[in-house]
Design a protein around this ligand. Structure first.
Ligand SMILES: Nc1ncnc2c1ncn2[C@@H]1O[C@H](COP(=O)(O)OP(=O)(O)OP(=O)(O)O)[C@@H](O)[C@H]1O
Length: 276
């Protein structure tokens, strides 16, 4: 079965961009699936975040949704003609080969001299077009990658660990930028991140992954879930405490929508097997 298989969406959402049902992936040479039974739906202008420990299948899920790896089970539907802007977890740039930011922006799709500076300005790295890629700071490079992703005028922005190597203020500024872009363009965002605090603040919907979906729901519901706390430690329950206190008095954990999902099956020894 391939990721390009088109099926009608089985969801109550009026117009999702991507729907996955029972998605499974077994990578070549692996003795067990990297992913199993993953259900997911991403609607326009939503920020959906995938969190999970190292090796829990986050990047594999992203690659499956993008059609970069074959599915071993399940079904995947993408809106026909869906424009995706992708910032991968790793970008290999050979710094021995001279390449300006401007040229990098034209890979793989050629962009005009009007588009390139506009995208750089939008991501806060205005005027860096002539700079060699190898001379960018980590934060500047991440913003250049985001600019390149935006040049595709994405309806869905897919960001796999986009703030690696950034300091805390850099991380906060980056996610603020993502939120602004979401508001301006209406693009949905699928985000993979380890920055639990910032990510949980920024997301509409959080998916906690450990080979399968342990739990998912609002950030408030997920941070209170035993599955999430088992994966990320007892302190993780406090992830949203500061946020609630400072910014969100209406969402103090009472009356939140019920947590969706659950984790009642075996877990290969991982600590995520209690029901919500
Ligand atoms: N090319 C590959 N071939 C076989 N197995 C792979 C391959 N890439 C990853 N895996 C395995 O698949 C599982 C999921 O990996 P994946 O990179 O999706 O996890 P992740 O949650 O993104 O991890 P991290 O947080 O460390 O980036 C891991 O057990 C990993 O060892």
């Amino acid at each position: 079965m391939t990721a390009a298989e088109i099926l009608p969406p089985q969801t109550n959402d009026p117009a999702p961009l991507i729907v996955a049902e029972g998605l499974g992936v077994r990578l070549p040479g692996a003795d067990r699936p990297a992913l199993r039974d993953v259900d997911l739906s991403i609607s326009p202008a939503r920020i959906v975040t995938v969190v999970g420990p190292n090796g829990s299948g986050k990047s594999t899920l992203v690659r499956a949704l993008l059609g970069h790896v074959a599915l071993s089970a399940g079904r995947l539907w993408r809106q026909p003609g869906l424009r995706i802007g992708y910032v991968p977890q790793r970008v290999h740039v050979d710094h021995r080969i001279p390449m300006t930011v401007r040229r990098f922006l034209s890979l793989p799709r050629r962009v005009t001299d009007a588009e390139a500076p506009e995208a750089l300005a939008r991501t806060g790295v205005e005027g860096l077009g002539a700079r060699q890629i190898g001379r960018l700071s980590g934060g500047q490079f991440q913003r250049v990658l985001l600019a390149r992703a935006l040049l595709n005028r994405p309806q869905l922005l897919v960001l796999d660990e986009p703030t690696q190597g950034l300091d805390q203020p850099g991380i906060v500024a980056f996610y603020r930028l993502i939120e602004e872009i979401r508001q301006e363009t209406g693009a949905a965002v699928l985000l993979v991140s380890h920055d639990l605090l910032v990510v949980m603040r920024a997301s509409d919907h959080v998916i906690c992954l450990n080979g399968h979906v342990c739990c998912h729901g609002t950030p408030q519901a997920v941070s209170a879930a035993p599955e999430y706390q088992a994966l990320f430690g007892a302190d993780s329950a406090q992830t949203l405490a500061l946020y609630r206190h400072d910014h969100d008095h209406a969402h103090d954990g009472l009356g939140e929508p019920a947590l969706q999902g659950g984790c009642s099956h075996d877990h290969d020894g991982d600590a995520c097997d209690s029901a919500p």
